[in-house]
Design a protein around this ligand. Structure first.
Ligand code: SRM
Ligand code: SF4
Length: 572
């Protein structure tokens, strides 16, 4: 990090590394994320990267080793190694890319990524189905258009999110620029990425290679996001560190700061839980970088480095106490945070149809079901990228905004949309707000289907809504293939997390704009039971709701679920 001089070394270095979790010594001996990745890429005997430390280190370079789980049993039967392939996640702060970058992503996905791309819940792209030999061609191809995959995964600050819709607020451009600055500031500084993927020579220097992170980086992943009220599209309360933009007539004044959000939990492990970020104060615009650095430094120095299941910032905060953590952040910032300012969110969904901003530019959100771009959608969007002169913006709900369209270009864009997206305005409101994580067949942690199954389940929920006259009611449904919660299911009004093939935990009562956790109402059940419960509760909602009342709020008022007031009480 360059902008401030904080180089806090208050971490308890008296703890010998071998007493910490194995990943800590792995990071320490990796020589700043180099390991033996370059050598492993040359190994022709296997489709995998042979060294397990390298598999972990590659995450810091945005790469996950996976295998095709649909083929796992058959390959085992045939005594073949698993069908190894890789997922590559792009770093795209705030989810914005140019048409030229889109065309490059498209070209690389066709050549090396199984003719598909995935828009993620943190506003970026993932390539799937990448073979080992294609890793460098993809990363070098991305470099041609100034894209990279640095720190898209790993124990570092991940892709920084930002409310994406330019019409959401007149401060949008300023806040998006701030998100990019923070992203640039917190990115690891090691040259390992350049050496391994671009073939750069290693050059020694007198400066420390990682002035902020040190040799062992963060205890665990760390996530930052910027939200612009009234839109909470990025789910700011799910971030380790969230900034909520506050502006007055005179312009953007600063940000309310929230800390300690996170979704991940493990079934049957009550000591793990999702947590919503806590509001701790306000920072003016010129203190945002210092604040981000101070908050990260506190987690770097006090996060649990023995038990990775307990290493996220949310647990550090609950263990040490919010007041203590806040005081420590303020100490490192050299002064107190201001008092939090009033703000109001109205939704965490996306806006649809054509919208126009005061600069005369037009913006159109396209629904991309579960963010999956198959060949048909790639073809359509390639046609669009060839004529579009604005930007593409990826939403945290896995959709896509064709942004910054000039009035004279609208007819051409409309013609392409009419040809390739004839159904664009016919998606139900339920489907527009729904999110599913990737899960099978690529995710190694999936216990049940998600992306491939949610569309079918939604057909059935849509039928229930229609029977009850609720089709126009916005209700959030989110499904994850396991309890890790990559679709942020614990803040949905209807949440589902996979337990086993065809079996899910069902949660109700989340806040419509991401302000409240939901609660499990039924464990490990199949579709028939899920639909039975939803038919019953949605029927009651239709009959008994108060004007303007959201479904999540209703389930609590009606006593269907008990409100979860804080993460620690999620499993009670
Ligand atoms: Fe995630 C792990 C996919 C957003 C919580 N997540 C994974 C892995 C890498 C599985 C693995 O470790 O082997 C998944 C790769 C699947 C695949 O085949 O692509 C995966 N996570 C995703 C994506 C692609 C889901 C999607 O459908 O879009 C999202 C990529 C975001 C990005 O662009 O960076 C994604 N993951 C999230 C979110 C949502 C968010 O950040 O807003 C969460 C919940 C928030 C949080 O971090 O608490 C999330 N992912 C996890 C966890 C649980 C972490 C924890 O604290 O316990 C894991 C497992 C882990 O880290 O051990 C995980
Ligand atoms: Fe995989 Fe679980 Fe994340 Fe879904 S929630 S992508 S199944 S880790």
């Amino acid at each position: 990090m360059t902008e401030t001089t904080v180089l806090d070394r208050s971490r308890d270095l008296s703890q010998p590394l071998d007493r910490l979790g194995p990943d800590e010594s792995m990071k320490d001996r990796s020589d700043y994320l180099r390991g033996t990745i370059s050598e492993g890429l040359l190994d022709r005997i296997t489709g995998a990267v042979p060294d397990q430390d390298d598999v972990k280190l590659m995450k810091f370079h945005g790469i996950y080793q996976q295998d095709d789980r649909d083929l796992r049993d058959e390959r085992r039967r045939q005594k073949l190694e698993p069908a190894y392939q890789f997922m590559i996640r792009v770093r795209l702060p705030g989810g914005v890319c140019t048409p030229a970058q889109w065309l490059k992503l498209d070209e690389l996905a066709r050549a090396h990524g199984g003719e598909t791309l995935r828009i993620t819940t943190r506003q970026t792209f993932q390539f799937h189905w990448v073979l080992k030999d294609s890793l460098r061609p993809i990363i070098q191809g991305l470099h041609d258009t100034l894209l990279d995959t640095v720190a898209a995964c790993g124990d570092d600050s991940r892709g920084v999110m930002c409310t994406v819709d330019p019409q959401s607020s007149r401060f949008h451009a300023e806040v998006a620029a701030m998100a990019k600055r923070v992203s640039d500031h917190v990115i690891p500084k090691t040259r390992a990425y350049h050496e391994i993927w671009y073939g750069s020579e290693r050059v020694g220097g007198s400066e420390p290679e990682e002035p902020f992170y040190g040799r062992t980086y963060m205890p665990r992943k760390f996530k930052i996001g910027f939200a612009l009220p009234p839109s909470n599209d990025i789910d700011v309360y799910a971030q380790d560190l969230g900034f909520i933009a506050i502006g007055e007539e005179g312009g953007l004044e600063g940000f309310n700061v929230v800390i300690g959000g996170g979704m991940g939990r493990t079934d049957q492990a009550p000591e793990t839980y999702p947590r919503l970020a806590s509001l701790i104060g306000f920072v003016p615009v010129d203190r945002v970088i210092a604040c981000a650095e101070a908050v990260m430094a506190v987690q770097r120095d006090y996060g649990d480095r023995k038990d990775r299941q307990h290493a996220r910032f949310k647990y550090t905060i609950d263990d040490k106490g919010l007041d203590w953590i806040k005081a420590e952040i303020e100490r490192r910032m050299g002064g107190p945070l201001g008092e939090a300012r009033p703000f109001a969110f109205t939704s965490n969904g996306d806006s649809y149809g054509w919208n126009t901003t005061p600069d005369g530019r037009h913006h159109r959100t396209l629904i991309i079901e579960n963010g999956r771009l198959d060949l048909k959608l790639l073809d359509a969007l390639r046609d669009l990228a060839r004529v579009h002169r604005g930007a593409f913006r990826l939403t945290a709900n896995q959709n896509l905004i064709v942004a910054g369209v000039r009035t004279e270009d609208r007819p051409a864009i409309d013609a392409i949309l009419a040809e390739h997206f004839p159904d664009i305005d016919h998606f139900s409101i339920l489907r527009r707000n729904a999110i599913a994580c990737v899960a099978l067949p690529t995710c190694g942690l999936a216990m049940a289907e998600s992306e491939r199954y949610l569309p079918t389940l939604l057909d059935r929920i849509e039928a229930i809504l229609a029977e009850n006259g609720l089709s126009e009611e916005p209700i959030t449904v989110r499904m994850s293939g396991c309890p890790n919660g990559c679709s942020r299911p614990y803040i949905a009004e209807i949440g589902l997390t996979g337990r086993a093939p065809g079996k899910y935990n069902l949660y109700l009562g989340g806040g419509f704009h991401g302000e409240r956790l939901n609660r499990m109402i039924r464990e490990n059940v199949g579709e028939a039971v899920i639909l039975e419960i939803l038919a019953d509760t949605l029927g009651r909602y239709a009959r008994e709701r108060e004007p303007g009342e959201h479904f999540g709020d209703f389930t609590i008022r009606a006593g269907i679920v008990r409100e979860v007031t804080e993460g620690r009480l999620f499993n009670d």
